[in-house]
Design a protein around this ligand. Structure first.
Ligand code: SF4
Length: 100
């Protein structure tokens, strides 16, 4: 019955690989569970490529992310109403694209 023994070894090897895969999967799942969106921090000014002057006619003062008098929802630090970053938009974050 060498075939059965060989098959048994193959089965054990396969189960070892499956167990390793499951273990790795659990490790990934644990990392995903550790993710808490509320712990996200704002972007640094450098990461956001913030500049302290307007870009053409666009400036933080007219961006919906701007919080009067000198901060931003998504970028950390002191933000000037006359500053700008590439995330500038005129659309409200609450706008879900309901326009026709
Ligand atoms: S342009 Fe808008 S998103 Fe960018 S820093 Fe100014 S307020 Fe924030």
């Amino acid at each position: 019955m060498p075939a059965i023994g060989s098959s048994r070894r193959g089965f054990i090897k396969t189960m070892g690989a499956v167990a390793a895969a499951v273990t790795c999967g659990r490790a990934e799942a644990a990392k995903a569970e550790d993710y808490k969106p509320q712990d996200q921090k704002k972007l640094t000014q450098a990461a956001a490529r913030y500049q302290d002057h307007p870009q053409r006619d666009e400036s933080c003062g007219s961006c919906p992310y701007f919080i009067f008098p000198k901060s931003c929802v998504v970028v950390e630090g002191e933000i000037s109403a006359t500053g700008w970053c590439p995330m500038y938009t005129i659309f409200s974050p609450l706008d879900r694209g309901a326009h026709a």
